[in-house]
Ligand binder design. Structure first.
Ligand SMILES: *Cc1c(COP(=O)(O)O)cnc(C)c1O
Length: 400
């Protein structure tokens, strides 16, 4: 059985599968031949160095998953128990769970209908109308407080979804004004510049993921990127069990075993060598779909927000306005029958059981995007002919 078949049973055109035709075997063999298979080894350091150089930060810390990297990022950003963190509502759940891991509270921000990313207008309105800058009880420094809950709002966590970018200049400016930390989830944003600067490098700390379905994969893995040496050192300390004296087993803090292994890093290094080609391919796939869907009634193609060059990690369309979740589900089921591994966007998080009691900010757009959006096969290995075949089936089966 091919890996493609195991990755998406029954789908002749799976959603997104890894492309492993570079130096993956060679570098993995090097790990086995030299015995460096665990969480120390030359590929770990090389992967960190090369990712930092690629995104343009001075530091990168390799971590066992994007989720673990988000957990670490919130800790090194200084988010404390009972703080609040503004986070995108329309996202994969990992960044929200990470907020709970540090015992903070998510406040969900709606998606912008033009970009599908965190709606910055709504962030601004929330901060100016629902929050105030005042000192904490025993302190003199001003802190941003949510007037409704009395809690400190500590950070903004924008999630760059689908290989597009959030409006980071405006988010960073708001964070400065309200003294908030910015933790960027760029798990889907490897290779995406916003105003010529890589996503994940605008805030205090950013996170990338190398999970199997991301644009490049390490099998699993993540990376924390930052320009702050203290932040990088602290992240490295926390992710290696917070050892103060490794020989005597002295630990002054609660740490984690979150370090990436040399085997994973070897895969990551091999994949990174191919990233520019993968991005070109993703963009060509998006152009192919765009052209096929141009002028087709009932399909809205993916936006290309200004100031960014998307990678279109997962090419996603919207069905016509007013489409219900049920109609979209039925349509995806029909695509599956044709072997097309389509899938919806994530269920808005504010309405999922673990988070139903949390505050949310003007959520009106995210549920509509969730009802109407369908991601289409976007693997780097997809040929132009396959894109055309997929687009034809999509058009044929379009609900009328
Ligand atoms: C994949 C993903 C993550 C989590 O990364 P893992 O490496 O799978 O833990 C976090 N956020 C977003 C938006 C993702 O798509």
């Amino acid at each position: 059985m091919t890996p493609q078949a195991t990755a998406a049973p029954g789908m002749s055109l799976p959603l997104a599968v890894p492309e492993l035709r570079g130096n993956e075997w060679k570098y993995l063999k090097e790990c086995l031949d030299t015995g460096w298979v665990s969480s120390v080894g030359p590929f770990v350091e090389r992967f960190e160095r090369e990712v930092a150089a690629y995104v343009g930060t001075s530091h990168a810390v390799a971590i066992v998953s994007g989720t673990a990297a988000l957990h670490t990022a919130l800790r090194v950003a200084g988010v404390q128990p009972d703080d609040e963190v503004l986070v995108s509502d329309l996202t994969f759940i990992a960044p929200v769970n990470a907020i709970r891991y540090v015992q903070a509270h998510p406040v969900f921000v709606d998606a912008d209908p033009k970009t599908w990313q965190m709606d910055v207008e709504k962030v601004e309105r929330f901060l100016s109308e629902e929050c105030e800058l005042r000192p904490a009880q025993s302190e003199t420094a001003l802190a941003c407080r949510n007037k409704r809950t009395g809690r400190r709002v500590r950070a903004i966590l924008p999630v760059h979804i689908l290989g597009l970018a959030c409006e980071m200049d405006r988010i960073v400016e708001l964070a400065r004004r309200y003294d908030l930390r910015v933790v960027e989830d760029a798990a889907e944003g490897m290779g995406v510049p916003y105003r010529r600067r890589h996503v994940g490098t605008w805030g205090h700390v950013g996170v990338l993921s190398f999970n199997g379905n991301k644009i490049i994969t390490a099998g699993g893995g993540g990376m924390l990127v930052t320009d702050d040496r203290g932040v990088a050192d602290y992240a490295r300390y926390l992710t290696t069990q917070a050892k103060d004296d490794g020989l005597e087993y002295i630990h002054k803090e609660v740490g984690y075993n979150y370090r990436l292994t040399n085997l994973q890093a070897a895969l990551g290094v091999a994949q990174l060598e191919q990233l520019d080609r993968f991005i070109e391919r993703k963009r060509a796939i998006a152009r192919g779909y765009d052209a096929a869907f141009r002028g087709v009634e009932g399909i809205t193609v993916m936006p290309t927000p200004p100031e960014t060059e998307p990678t279109y990690w997962l090419y996603t369309i919207l069905l016509k306005e007013g489409t219900t979740v049920r109609e979209r589900q039925a349509w995806i089921a029909r695509l599956h029958e044709q072997g097309i591994g389509a899938r919806p966007l994530w269920h808005p998080i504010h309405d999922l059981p673990p988070y139903q009691g949390c505050q949310s900010v003007e959520i009106t757009c995210a549920p509509h995007l969730y009802a109407r959006a369908v991601s289409l096969p976007s693997s780097v290995g997809l040929s132009d002919a396959e894109v055309q075949r997929c687009a034809s089936i999509v058009k044929e089966l379009l609900p009328r």
